[in-house]
Design a protein around this ligand. Sequence first.
Ligand code: NAP
Length: 252
Amino acid sequence: MTHRILILGGTTEARQLAGKLAARADCLVTLSLAGRTESPVAQGVPVRTGGFGGADGLAAHLRETGIDLLIDATHPYAAQISANAAQAARVAGVPVLALRRPGWEPVEGDRWTQVDTTGDAVQALGPAPRQVFLALGRQEVAAFEAAPQHHYLIRSVDPVEPKLAVPDATYLLARGPFRETEERALLEKHRIDALVSKNSGGEATYGKIAAARALGIEVVMVRRPALPDVPSAETVEALAAIVNQFGVDHFL
Ligand code: NAP
């Protein structure tokens, strides 16, 4: 018997998990992407792209495509789709598991200012002009137009369009992972004195946090949003093990 698994993705872990589960002879895996990135990396399994139309749309999709197991492997800041996944699974009577990568914790030497939103991060930078590295998605950087006195270094996977309405911004296109040594060189080259980051967790983007610590640079850390309480694992391996150990039948 073949089991249909839908993985809500947009993260490296979702792609890795899809590869692992697709290797099982009894699983048909589809990966779902929001379609935000213009040229996403190859995912290695069948992909569907675009929103479902809220929780109801996702519930209808689960029923129509006969999904047996839904896995929410979206980014920790993608709170809407995670809420939709939990609700749609309930409505459609489909089991759901989540891959929840743990956040970073501050360690000795870190200079973190923790805030709840990007709007709060703008305030936390203060009134005096600073050299700020925005390591945020292109959707979030617009909030910094409210503080045009700073110089911004803005790194994103796709170009930020329209450009920020601030007099002094440098744009950098790059896709992680980013190593600490390279991040340190970047912070030094641009004489950065504040870094604004999400608490993404994981290794791939931790380099900038370690580099900021080494250079004594303040990190304005936007806290994670609240996510629904569904059965979850912290790593790709742990989540794949749950599916392998119990089999998809267990969740039906
Ligand atoms: P979001 O605010 O939680 O989602 C907004 C809407 O986008 C959802 O309601 C849904 O539309 C659609 N959507 C999101 N993820 C989807 C998916 N995997 N498949 C199909 N539709 C999806 O999410 P977001 O912050 O815009 O992030 C979008 C995607 O980028 C996510 O898949 C996430 O994993 C990835 N990502 C996000 C971040 C981040 O910092 N937020 C960073 C890296 C990657 P409908 O309601 O119409 O279904």
